[in-house]
Unconditional design. Structure first.
Length: 428
């Protein structure tokens, strides 16, 4: 506290301030934390503007996790890189391509790293994500939600004009008509895949004849180029137990496979059959129907995915490591067996989040900026000011509320990657 500020305190407040400060220093010394307390840290890069300037300059020398403002997202680079390699190796050895979904990370840095390891492009949930990725220099962008508004159709066409590798899906003949009309006006050809129902009622044309009829329509449209079919089984991706997941995935994709066979029989060009997820990556590649996977979450993993179980371990899905944490700080500790952290609703804290290294601790939300960690059967406590790392529950939602990933090797920050297109106009 500045001297001027302490002078302006009323007398009784001044005394309280002095005694509580004395008490604080005494407690700190007794607890042996004075040297390591946040205010007395030997490493000094902790002023907001200094960190921002250094991030802009990409100067991360002596910038450590303890210097960062919280709550913030931190990526463990070693685990992240291993996840990318595991998926790339799997795809290579099983003869399937990866066109990973970016909705979970919204980071061109991550997409580029995947492309460098052999990915053939990226899949995106919105036109805005497609624009973001394409403008960042990524080719092979596939929009997995058909554009139906004047705005979205216009942007899809404009994107395809500047990047002929861009493609979109359609699940309705009307959309095919609209896209044909818009592409004809611009005198260009748009790449289109037919989105076939695969268990989620939110999208996909009925499998079999309706899907093939739509594929024929696209193929016959002068300004559209049929590239193949898509089927996304979102229900299978989080089915618990590998065997149950396999069964569900095969059931959900049966209609897609039938449609692919019919389309090929009808002489239609089916260059790609796209679908799949982190949960089914080694199921879909075994079943041998998809030509490419849209898996996204494996880059970081989240707690919902960790509990679906894997082929080796039915209880925990260990194929990919938990590379992303939300770092928080303990800001109050006035009640037994609980403490308060500085992440709440605004940070999308959820009861299904987990504390790194303390799986028994319960996570509760207590307002916009507050969260509670509570425990019953452990004598390990958290300290005031301690940094607590949480594994988020759902990447799509959580990454959307942070602006950057701090990339860490151990405690050292080595890079910062922006999370882009998250809110407002950038997201629409
Ligand atoms: C159409 C589509 N494909 C692929 C994925 C990626 O799945 P995951 O993040 O589970 O790997 C999603 C995720 O919701 C999706 O909506």
């Amino acid at each position: 506290m500045h001297a001027a500020a302490s002078q302006s305190l009323p007398d009784c407040d001044k005394m309280l301030h002095m005694t509580s400060r004395r008490r604080f220093l005494g407690t700190a010394a007794a607890g042996g934390i004075s040297a390591a307390s946040p205010a007395f840290s030997a490493r000094s890069a902790n002023r907001y503007d200094e960190i921002e300037t250094r991030v802009t300059r990409r100067d991360f020398k002596n910038l450590h996790k303890e210097d960062l403002p919280t709550p913030c997202m931190v990526v463990d680079l070693e685990i992240f890189e291993k996840n990318l390699r595991t998926m790339a190796d799997h795809c290579r050895s099983s003869g399937i391509h990866l066109r990973g979904h970016v909705k979970v990370h919204k980071s061109p840095d991550i997409a580029k790293r995947q492309l460098a390891l052999g990915s053939i492009g990226v899949t995106c949930a919105t036109v805005a994500e497609c624009e973001l990725m394409s403008h960042a220099g990524i080719s092979g962008v596939l929009l997995t939600r058909q554009p139906t508004s004047k705005n979205n159709i216009g942007r899809a066409i404009a994107l395809a004009k500047r990047d002929p590798t861009f493609a979109t899906v359609v699940d309705d003949p009307l959309t095919a008509d609209w896209l044909q009309e818009a592409a004809a006006r611009e005198g260009m050809k748009l790449r289109v895949a037919v989105d076939v129902f695969a268990g989620l009622t939110r999208h996909g044309i009925e499998a079999g004849e309706p899907a093939v009829e739509l594929a024929k329509k696209v193929n016959a449209s002068k300004n559209l180029k049929l590239i193949g079919l898509m089927g996304y089984s979102g229900g299978a991706s989080h089915t618990h137990g590998w065997d149950a997941r396999k069964k569900k995935s095969e059931q959900d994709l049966a209609g897609l496979m039938e449609s692919v066979a019919l389309a090929r029989k009808a002489g239609l060009p089916v260059e790609i059959v796209t679908g799949g997820s982190t949960g089914t990556y080694n199921i879909d590649s075994e079943t041998k129907g998809l030509t490419e996977l849209q898996a996204g979450s494996f880059v970081f993993m989240d707690t919902l995915y960790r509990h679906v179980g894997g082929k080796q371990d039915q209880a925990v899905y260990t194929d990919f490591g938990s590379a992303l944490t939300v770092m928080t700080t303990v800001i109050s500790k006035r009640h037994p067996r609980q403490c308060t952290i500085d992440a709440g609703n605004k940070a999308l804290l959820r009861p299904t989040d987990e504390v790194k290294g303390r799986p028994e601790v319960k996570v509760e939300n207590q307002g916009a900026e507050y969260g509670i960690l509570a425990w019953t059967d452990s004598d390990r406590d958290f300290k005031l000011g301690e940094r607590v790392d949480l594994y988020p529950s759902n990447l799509d939602m959580s990454t959307n509320v942070y602006d950057r990933y701090y990339i860490a090797r151990g405690e050292q920050i080595v890079d910062v990657w922006p999370i882009m297109g998250r809110a407002g106009a950038a997201q629409r």
